[in-house]
Design a protein around this ligand. Sequence first.
Ligand SMILES: Nc1ncnc2c1ncn2[C@@H]1O[C@H](COP(=O)(O)OP(=O)(O)OP(=O)(O)O)[C@@H](O)[C@H]1O
Ligand SMILES: [Mg+2]
Length: 586
Amino acid sequence: MTNPSKIKILPEDLTNKIAAGEVVDRPASVAKELVENSIDAGASEITIIIKDGGKALLQVVDNGTGMSQSDLLLAFQRHTTSKIFTYDDLTQIKTLGFRGEALASIASVSHVEAKSVFQGESSGHSIRIEGGIMNGLEACGGNPGTSVAVKNLFYNTPARRKFLRATSTEYRQILTVLNRFFIGHPESAFTLINEGEIIMELKPDSLENRIGATLGSRLQKNLIAIQNEGYIKISGFVGNQDTMRSSRGDQYLYFNRRYFSNKSLNYAVLSAYGEILPRGYYPFYMIFIEMPPEQADVNVHPTKMEIKFANDAFVFSSVRSTVKRALTSTAVIPELQPYRDPDTLPASVPAAQQSQLEFGHAPQTASVPKWPDPPSAEEMPLSSRQPAVRIYQKREVYERTNVWQVHSKYIISQIKSGLIIIDQHVAHERILYEQALENFEKRKPASQQLLFPQVLELSAEDYSLLLDIIPFLERIGFVIKAFGKNTIAVEGVPSGIKIHNDEKILLDILDEYKREKKQTVDLRDSVAKSFACHTAIRAGEPLTLEAMNALIDQLFSTREPYFCPHGRPVIVNLSLEELDRRFRRH
Ligand SMILES: Nc1ncnc2c1ncn2[C@@H]1O[C@H](COP(=O)(O)OP(=O)(O)OP(=O)(O)O)[C@@H](O)[C@H]1O
Ligand SMILES: [Mg+2]
């Protein structure tokens, strides 16, 4: 006797719901699919209407090509699409949709009312679909275009409905998805209506203005354009230091206008920022990548959120170098906050910001001869450097008589366009960091002998870590000898720097190196940063005029004078224009 078969062919109603589970997991994914369809239909005006976070209603109305009566009926069935016909088409996709699945999936788990008027016609048709079952086809009037209203999402899949979050959470998710379209399609007009109220009305605009209208004018003021022509075309914007946030969020990548996410390209952008980016911070960016469609497979993810490039490494390096080029040739230095009338300052302005706004204490000249001058500029060979294009050319940087130290921590100097304020500690850190990197290449570093060699007993872990970096420390000028088990003797330290605490300097460097090691795999970089951080002059140290001049001279001879190796700003620029505005001269 044969055993009964356990395998059954599932009913279509069930397979539709299973498929819907992949395509639609919350109202935001409905928004994504409907807006994609409108864009594919060539719409120049798209309206999104939301009720109860999209749970009660999510409607998208467009002025695109519209559908004929037969297409309207076909559109909600599975595997029906006007976008591809053959396998070859799948490698040449120029539309956002291609699977012929979205509308069928959505319709199987909701109540849909759709209406479409074909382009050039004055009347069209409407249909109602409940849980995938078509209920009524009627003639209707109206302007060309399509409206799809999705109501009571997941009404017939209670398990899914239960997982929907609070209205406000779902609404925010929809906004996140919509922002990607708003920014990716600045040539289209969008209107967003929530609970009957117009939330956004975006007219066709330049990309820059659209970013501002979508994400705020503050962001718009801090954009740096990126550009690469050729086989891979790259355009868009990255943000300067003012746009950096401690959480991910405003990062937008597009391939042939399709938004996608890609960890490796995120990393490409972050690595292009390098040390400009403070630890734990993320920059804003929106990057359009354009290449022939066959260079990427868009059919690799259930919600079309990822794509696979034929040549990952090429895209990675192109994005990285394009962003890097833009960052090094442009001012990423932040300006002071624009002036706001103190009366209108919100009570919650943080103290640090308040003091920035009240800036204007009389400068004091410090002339206490305490700190030995940093090494002269001649000690820093410049030949191997390729200085970044800077906002201030060295000659117009400052006038040697117009330099003051305030509060023993900032140096103020007049420049042609206004004034600059330099943080003495981070400025020196930048100088020492670059010097250390250069010294790694040199044979004979300058050393100063310690009168009493410092003997240090280390833990086994610290000792083995130190062994890693001793060759680099010696290149900077440390003289270190083994002195028995886990013990070393420091006999010399780099000349020309002030060691704040002979005994601890090596331990401090070692601790910093441990922290740095977690952030970067570049050993030299970690050692150079750790060294610079612990040997730079500190806030609170009075400087002579000569010391300040030497510091500024050397700072502007570095490759990246505007940021310390950890990404903190070194210089704040206050323009004459800004001063005039504050004193209401305009
Ligand atoms: N707003 C619209 N205007 C005009 N035609 C539309 C619109 N929405 C859908 N269609 C038509 O209905 C078809 C089915 O849409 P659906 O979203 O289900 O699939 P798709 O867009 O082809 O592929 P995908 O499942 O990847 O989104 C589309 O191919 C298109 O021809
Ligand atoms: Mg679609």
